[in-house]
Design a protein around this ligand. Structure first.
Ligand code: HEC
Length: 329
């Protein structure tokens, strides 16, 4: 009888009284070999020896990880860390600075001014492969403006019925024209340095928009002792300090349509806003969807908590009473 009851008890508790690790439930169970070993000093000493030994082995192979390492590089090799600027599109609830232009109002905004800086300054050296004219519609310009801008540029098309390639004015579906035909031409025009495509630049560089802004506004004279090779320029934000691109932005370089004073920092801010948009045109939509998902999921969570409370209420409030049968003597 006693055996049957102990089986029942263990079934209720979900443990087997004869299992090695059930000492808390059944004092009668024998102490297992592992449990005994773990509690002995010998194991602690052996484990310490193993950890000291592996540490010594690692140090012999790779050097002591606790000592500062001597590196053949300086902080300047990584470039100066750019400060964090308060971009208008930075926060989770912020959008790009673009008031959607319409046919009757051309919505002056930072992306539009930034496009102007790209077109008038950067596009002489940098391509913008991933942006088509149509992408600008409703973002920085209205459709008629974009059509006019595209038509000013000749694109090669064809072949025609005679098998000849021909030139035609640009269309909304064309991509931004590149300044050079190929990489070799680009390098040849820039003393061997390749101006990178700017479509994804604000995502492709550590520091993103802050870095590109700091780079454009950060040209200074090299500090004493720093030698800059002929044809390179000193910029502390560029890893290594010597960059193939010279300072390109100077106060008053462009004339903004909306009359904004074109200072160096204003142009840098606008072109970086434009390039951030080019890297991530879906940013506004992404944040909007994120907010929608948060609202829907928190509402569903709140509802499921109420449903859970409703369903479990009767079970949680129920009291179970066990009256053992009176023992007969
Ligand atoms: C005269 C040609 C020229 C013009 C104009 C020019 N760049 Fe450059 N740019 C270069 C070259 C060349 C490099 C490559 C530098 C190197 O690798 O040393 C470069 C590199 C860059 C880089 C990459 C830096 C890095 O971390 O690799 C950025 C960003 C950049 N330019 C932005 C701009 C912007 C924005 C403008 C317009 C305001 C502009 N550039 C105008 C020639 C130019």
């Amino acid at each position: 009888m006693a055996g049957r009851f102990s089986f029942l008890r263990s079934a209720l508790k979900g443990t087997n009284p004869t299992a090695p690790f059930s000492r808390s439930h059944s004092t009668a169970a024998p102490q297992s070999a592992i449990a005994r070993a773990a509690s002995s000093n010998r194991t602690a000493v052996a484990l310490s020896a193993v950890s000291v030994g592996t540490f010594a082995w690692y140090s012999a192979l790779y050097g002591n990880p606790l000592l500062p390492e001597a590196k053949a590089e300086s902080a300047a090799d990584h470039g100066l860390h750019p400060p964090a600027y308060p971009w208008s599109h930075k926060g989770p609830f912020e959008t790009f600075d673009h008031a959607a232009p319409t046919l009757i109002w051309n919505g002056f905004n930072s992306i539009r001014r930034g496009y102007q800086v790209y077109r008038e300054v950067c596009s002489t050296c940098h391509s913008l492969d991933r942006i088509a004219w149509r992408n600008l519609v409703g973002v920085s310009h209205n459709v008629n403006e974009v059509k006019t801008m595209a038509e000013e540029i000749e694109y090669e098309d064809g072949p025609d019925a005679e098998g000849q390639m021909f030139q035609r004015p640009g269309k909304l579906s064309d991509y931004m024209p590149a300044p050079y035909a190929n990489e070799e031409a680009a390098r040849a025009g820039n003393a061997g340095a390749l101006p990178p495509d700017l479509s994804l630049i604000s995502k492709a560089r550590h520091g993103g928009a802050d870095y590109v802004y700091s780079l454009l506004t950060g040209y200074v004279d090299p500090p004493p002792g720093v030698e800059i090779r002929e044809g390179l320029n000193y910029n502390p934000y560029f890893p290594g300090g010597a960059i193939g691109m010279a300072r390109v932005l100077y106060d008053g370089l462009v004339e903004y349509d909306d009359g904004t004073p074109a200072t160096t920092s204003q142009m840098a801010k606008d072109v970086v806003t434009f390039l951030s948009w080019a890297s991530e045109p879906e940013l506004d939509e992404r944040k909007k969807m994120g907010l929608q998902a948060t609202i829907i999921l928190t509402s569903l969570l709140a509802m499921s908590i109420w449903v859970k409370k409703f369903k479990w209420g009767p079970l949680k409030a129920r009291k179970l009473v066990y009256n053992p049968p009176a023992t007969k003597h």
